[in-house]
Design a binder for this molecule. Structure first.
Ligand code: GLC
Ligand code: CA
Length: 557
C-alpha cells in the first residue's frame, strides 16, 4: 500500500491514561474519561492521539511492563471501551496510535512464565545466561532503572537480562519466533483500525553477539552494545515488509542517544540501503531534552539556551528535504517544560513562548496532556510521595532533603500528576481520591479557568495550531537561524517562494533588544501571534519583554 505520509499534516496529543481523566469514579484515569474529553482534544486542533500503554500490566513501570499485548486493561474499560474511543476518534477525523513496547515484557507475561520453566517454544524468548565467574552476573551492563542489568531466576537457575526494571525482562529479538509474535501484535491492532505505533526504545532491540563487557562507559554500561545494535535495520525492515507495508500507517521510534545523522539511517525517505524504504517514519530524539542535563534528567546542569537551540535547529536543517521531524517539549518521561526551559514566575509568558518556539518548526508536533494549559512541576515534601520506579532508584542512599531537591528538578512524576480540569476537588480529575497526588496549584492552573480566559496558554495553543495549519511555509519552508550565539534569544525564519515567517523568542527574564539584520524591515511584517498583544519596535530593533514571543509574516522578496 502507498505510504501517503498523512502524519505530515497532523498535530498529535499524547495521553498517559492513568492521569488523564477518570470516567468511572475509581480514582484512576480510563477510556471513559477519554471519551468525555475527545471534543476537548479535537478543539485544540489535534488530528491524532498517541496512547501510552493501555494493555494489561502489573504496573511496575506504569504500563510499560505488559502482560498481554492483545487486550486492553480492565481498569481502562477493556476492549469495548477502546473500540468505542477508536470509533469516536475516527468519527472526529483523529487518528489513534498505540504504544508498542517490545524491547521487554512484564515478568508476568505468560511467555516469561513459560520461558523460565523451559517450556517450548518459549525457552529462548528471553535473554538467559548461566552465572558468570563466582556466580556473578554474565556481564557488567547497567540497568536503566535498577542496579545491574541481570536478575537471577530461581526457577530456571539462570540470569536474565533486563535493561529496565527487574520485572521487565528483555525479549530475545534474535529469535525468529519472537519477531513473529511482534508481527502478530502489530497486525492485530492495525486490523482493528489503529493508525500506527510509537515504538518504545526500539533502537535497543538488537544486542551485540556475545554480550561483551563494557569497559568504556562510566554509567549506562552496555548501551553502546545494544543501542543501534547489529541487526536493528534488518528487524525493522522485516516488520515493514511483512506488516507495515500493507497498511497506510505511521511509525514513530523512541531513540535515546541519536544524532540527526544516525536518525537518517532509519528515517530518510530515499534510502538505497533499505529495500523496503525507510525503517520508520519519525524519531523521538532526546537532544532537545538535554539543554539542562547530561543524557538523563537525573544529571542536571544549568539550562543552556545555546544547547537547546543547537538541538532543535540541527534537526531542522539536517532533516530538511530528507526526512520528517517529530517535535515535542514534553512527554511522560520528563518533568514539565515551563519548570525547565521557561520560568514558573513567568508561567503564562514562557508557556506561550515555548509553544511558539516549537510549533512553527517543520515536523509533526506532539502535545503532552496538561502541557497545553501550562502545568508545572510538582514539589512534594517527602520522597515517599513519589511513585515512579526510575525516580525512586536514583541515589536512594542520599539524605532525604538532597534526594527531594533532585527529584523536584528531574522526576518524570512531575508530568504524571492528574490533569487539572477544574478548581473543584481533585482538580476535577475524579470524584474519588485519585491514584496519585494532584499538584497543589490546580486552583489557579486548570482547563475551566483557561477556557474562560481569552488570554490563556490554552487559547494560545489553539491559535498557534490554527496558524501552523494555515501557513504553507510552516510545512514546507526552509529553516534559518539568526543570532545563534545569543544566550537569550532564539530567532528563526521559515521561508518558501511566497512567504517568510519570522519567529522571535526571548528566554530572558529581563528586557532584551533583538537587532534585526539591516535588510530586515520588521515594520513590514504582519504580526500573527504575540504573547504581549503587540510588539515594541524602535530604531534599534525589537524590544522584547520577559519571555516575549512574536510570529511575523512577510511576503517573500
Ligand atoms: C520508554 C518509556 C518509558 C519506560 C521505558 C521502559 O523510555 O517512554 O516510560 O519507562 O521506555 O519501557
Ligand atoms: Ca477509572
Amino acid at each position: 500500500m502507498e505510504r501517503t505520509r498523512w502524519y505530515k499534516n497532523a498535530v498529535f496529543y499524547q495521553i498517559w491514561p492513568r492521569s488523564f481523566k477518570d470516567g468511572n469514579g475509581d480514582g484512576m484515569g480510563d477510556l471513559y474519561g477519554v471519551l468525555e474529553k475527545l471534543d476537548y482534544i479535537k478543539s485544540l486542533g489535534a488530528d491524532g492521539i498517541w496512547f501510552s500503554p493501555l494493555y494489561p500490566s502489573p504496573g511496575v513501570d506504569c504500563g510499560y511492563d505488559i502482560s498481554d499485548y492483545m487486550d486492553i486493561a480492565e481498569e481502562y474499560g477493556g476492549m469495548e471501551a477502546f473500540c468505542k474511543v477508536l470509533d469516536e476518534a475516527h468519527a472526529r477525523g483523529m487518528k489513534v496510535i498505540m504504544d508498542l513496547v517490545v524491547n521487554h515484557t512484564s515478568d508476568a507475561h505468560p511467555w516469561f512464565q513459560m520461558s523460565r520453566q523451559r517450556i517450548e517454544p518459549y525457552t529462548d524468548y528471553y535473554i538467559w545466561r548461566p552465572a558468570g565467574k563466582n556466580g556473578k552476573e554474565p556481564n557488567n551492563w547497567d540497568s536503566m532503572f535498577e542496579g545491574k542489568a541481570w536478575a537471577w531466576d530461581e526457577v530456571r537457575q539462570e540470569y536474565y537480562l533486563h535493561l529496565f526494571a527487574v520485572r521487565q525482562p528483555d525479549l530475545n529479538m534474535d529469535n525468529p519466533l519472537v519477531r513473529e509474535e511482534v508481527k502478530k501484535i502489530l497486525k492485530f491492532w492495525l486490523d482493528l483500525g489503529v493508525d500506527g505505533f510509537r515504538e518504545d526504545v526500539i533502537t535497543f532491540i538488537s544486542k551485540k553477539e556475545g554480550l561483551p563487557d563494557d569497559h568504556l562507559m562510566p554509567a549506562s554500561k552496555g548501551i553502546r552494545f545494544y543501542n543501534h545494535g547489529p541487526h536493528i535495520h534488518e528487524y525493522l525492515q522485516e516488520f515493514r515488509r511483512d506488516v507495515f507495508s500493507k497498511y497506510d500507517c505511521m511509525t514513530l521510534a523512541e531513540a535515546p542517544l541519536v544524532s540527526p545523522k544516525r536518525a537518517l539511517e532509519y528515517i530518510a525517505w530515499d534510502t538505497p540501503d533499505l529495500p523496503e524504504g525507510s525503517d520508520i517514519d519519525m524519531m523521538i530524539q532526546f537532544q532537545c531534552m538535554c539543554a539542562d542535563c547530561l543524557f538523563t534528567d537525573f544529571m542536571p546542569m544549568p539550562f543552556s539556551l545555546r544547547r537547546m537551540k543547537k538541538a532543535y535547529s540541527s534537526w531542522q536543517t539536517k532533516l530538511y528535504g530528507k526526512a520528517w521531524n517529530m517535535l515535542y517539549l514534553e512527554n511522560h518521561d520528563h518533568p514539565r517544560i515551563i519548570s525547565r526551559y521557561g520560568s514558573e514566575a513567568f508561567r503564562k509568558e514562557s508557556g506561550k513562548m515555548l509553544a511558539a518556539m516549537y510549533l512553527f518548526q517543520q515536523g509533526t508536533p506532539f502535545i503532552y496532556q496538561g502541557q497545553e494549559i501550562g502545568m508545572t512541576n510538582w514539589y512534594p515534601t517527602e520522597v515517599s510521595q513519589y511513585e515512579d520506579i526510575q525516580t525512586l532508584n536514583q541515589h536512594a542512599d542520599w539524605p532525604e532533603a538532597k534526594r527531594l531537591q533532585l527529584y523536584h528538578r528531574a522526576s518524570r512524576d512531575s508530568a504524571r500528576t492528574p490533569v487539572q480540569w477544574s478548581a473543584e476537588r481533585y482538580a476535577g480529575f475524579s470524584e474519588q481520591e485519585p491514584w496519585f497526588h494532584v499538584n497543589e496549584n490546580y486552583k489557579e492552573i486548570n482547563v475551566v479557568e483557561e477556557e474562560a480566559d481569552p488570554d490563556s496558554i490554552l487559547q494560545f495553543y489553539r491559535k498557534a495550531i490554527r496558524l501552523r495549519k494555515k501557513l504553507k511555509v510552516v510545512a514546507d519552508g526552509t529553516f534559518r537561524e539568526y543570532d545563534r550565539a545569543s544566550s537569550k534569544l532564539y530567532v528563526y525564519e521559515r521561508k518558501n517562494k511566497d512567504q517568510r515567517l519570522l519567529v522571535v523568542c526571548s528566554f530572558a527574564e529581563k528586557e532584551v533588544c533583538w537587532k534585526a539584520p539591516a535588510w530586515y524591515d520588521l515594520k513590514k511584517g504582519r504580526l500573527l501571534l504575540s504573547n504581549y498583544g503587540g510588539m515594541r519596535l524602535d530604531k534599534q530593533g525589537a524590544l522584547l519583554r520577559p519571555y516575549e514571543t512574536a510570529v511575523l509574516l512577510f511576503q517573500a522578496d
